[in-house]
Ligand binder design. Structure first.
Ligand code: BES
Ligand code: ZN
Length: 478
């Protein structure tokens, strides 16, 4: 292994205090010496406004996909293939190790981002990356172009310093932020292509910059939209007010009945299948270093609010929620306009926990909202996407990843149940039979999905180092 390493390596094996440098040391050295270049590539990717939900950005989606395909080809991937879908392309790439018996790691990523709106809230343009102090600010800097580029930087550094000790497969999609409509089918029909021993999914984040984190639970998601239609057009509120049901009033009344005053969800049956928290699980959640003060600071709210009887970390990690994401009706321009709006609509999502089934929850909600709707209006409900929660603490490679993170940060690891959703983890478990290693180097205050999203670069650099160590932990000679 070592002889092969010195022959093949682009870097001539240097010596460290008279000792022959290892593949890890050389890879870390390569990364340190080329960090600026990696940061350039990272910025080139975030410059592409790949907003998956917006049809206007279709070409940008293709550009981001091409950028990564070119990058992977440049890294020597023998097989790089772009699979068109009904929405945005899926990118697959493969690099083979020299050794026959090398394990195969599948690295998942998404190259799409959330919309930048409200654009006026950004201090710097969302798609013009700016590095200021320790932060890189841009839409996608943290979620998750930064994490994709961290993985690619680690792979490049490992390759530059020696042979690849593992087979690598990459699955990079462009529809994560819209619920991955094409991915389930793709994974199901390409199980052989995607066959692997380990899945590395760096789309989650860290508890804090001092606490490298492996996520063992994610919430599921149900996203739907409701629309209340009243008159066929906006009406004069003086001439007609009092004789027609106002869709905005009706929608507000419906929404008001979705929660109980104690913060719990009022939809009948919503909690029926929720897995209760065992004392052990409560203990495990409580062991994560967490400061409620930090939550107040990050959010800027005067007080936390949530379901009574649960700690903040239990609420985000292990309890389901229902939230209005957007609400629209009538006149919202400057000044006043006396109308009864023709319609009102709301986008609503539920974060789900084991063992809630998204379809069952949707049926319960549909029935409940229908029962709350007066006959004087017409109601439409439709589902955008649904995915179950994920709870897995024995993914293959866990030991190697834990070790790599701990060695890099020299701090204790956190195992966390996260509130966000990464539905592909469940899909891969179902169709590939492999549980995912969920990690990432974003921080709670990165403002993901929000204006001024940023990535803490010192944390990102440690992340790359940890991934180098992780990849090389599969090297026999190590
Ligand atoms: N990276 C996030 C999810 C995340 C963030 C998990 C931080 C853990 C910690 C991901 O890109 C995301 O936002 N997912 C969506 C999924 C949805 C659209 C199906 C989400 O959670 O809203
Ligand atoms: Zn996201």
């Amino acid at each position: 292994m070592l002889t092969q390493f010195s022959v093949k390596s682009h870097i001539i094996n240097g010596s460290l205090k008279g000792k022959r440098m290892t593949h890890i040391e050389n890879s870390l050295k390569f990364f340190t010496e080329h960090t600026d270049n990696f940061l350039q590539q990272y910025q080139d990717l975030v410059r592409i406004p790949s907003v998956s939900t917006d049809p206007e950005h279709k070409a940008d989606m293709q550009a981001a996909c091409k950028f990564l395909a070119d990058k992977l080809r440049g890294l020597g991937a023998g097989h790089v293939e772009v699979f068109p879908t009904k929405v945005h392309p899926i990118l697959f790439a493969e690099m083979r190790a020299d050794a026959e018996d090398a394990p195969t790691i599948l690295i998942y990523g998404h190259y799409d981002v959330q919309p930048a709106a409200p654009i006026e809230e950004w201090q710097t343009p969302p798609f013009e990356p700016t590095i200021s102090g320790e932060y890189l600010t841009a839409r996608g800097a943290s979620d998750m172009k930064g994490q994709v580029m961290a993985a690619l930087a680690a792979v490049e550094s490992v390759l530059a310093a020696g042979p690849l000790p593992v087979n690598l497969k990459f699955l990079l999609e462009g529809e994560e932020e819209i619920g991955s409509p094409s991915l389930d089918g793709f994974i199901a029909s390409h199980a052989d292509l995607l066959a692997c021993d380990i899945v590395l999914n760096p789309d989650s984040g860290m508890v804090s910059r001092d606490s490298p984190t492996i996520v063992y639970g994610l919430r599921g998601l149900l996203y739907f939209e409701i629309r209340v239609d009243g008159p066929k057009a906006d009406l004069h509120s003086g001439l007609f007010g009092g004789n027609v049901a106002n869709p905005a009033n009706v929608l507000a009344a419906i929404i008001a009945r979705l929660h109980n005053p104690d913060g719990s969800v009022a939809v009948p049956g919503f909690y029926d299948k929720v897995l209760p928290l065992s004392p052990e699980e409560k203990q495990r959640i409580a062991s994560v270093p967490f400061d409620p003060q930090a939550l107040l600071q990050i959010t800027g709210v005067p007080q936390l609010f949530g379901e009574a009887g649960y700690s903040p970390l239990e609420r985000t990690g292990a309890r389901p929620t229902l939230d209005v994401n957007g609400i629209y009706s009538g006149f919202i321009g400057e000044g006043s306009k006396t109308i009864i709006p023709a319609y009102a609509k709301a986008k609503i999502s539920c974060r789900l926990v084991p063992d809630q089934n998204p379809d069952e929850i949707y049926a319960l909600i549909q029935a409940y909202i229908t029962s709350l709707t007066p006959e004087a209006v017409r109601l439409t409900i439709f589902k955008h996407s649904g995915a179950p929660a994920y709870l897995v603490d024995d993914a293959p490679g866990l030991e190697q990843l834990s070790k790599a993170l701990a060695e890099t940060w020299k701090k204790p690891l956190s195992f966390k149940r996260e509130g966000g959703s990464i539905p592909v983890a469940t899909t891969m478990q179902t169709h590939l039979g492999v549980k995912s290693l969920l990690t990432g180097f974003g921080l709670p205050d990165d403002q993901i999905h929000s204006p001024n999203e940023h990535q803490h670069l010192p944390t990102w650099k440690l992340g790359v180092q940890a991934l180098i160590r992780f990849l090389l932990s599969f090297e026999h000679a190590n």
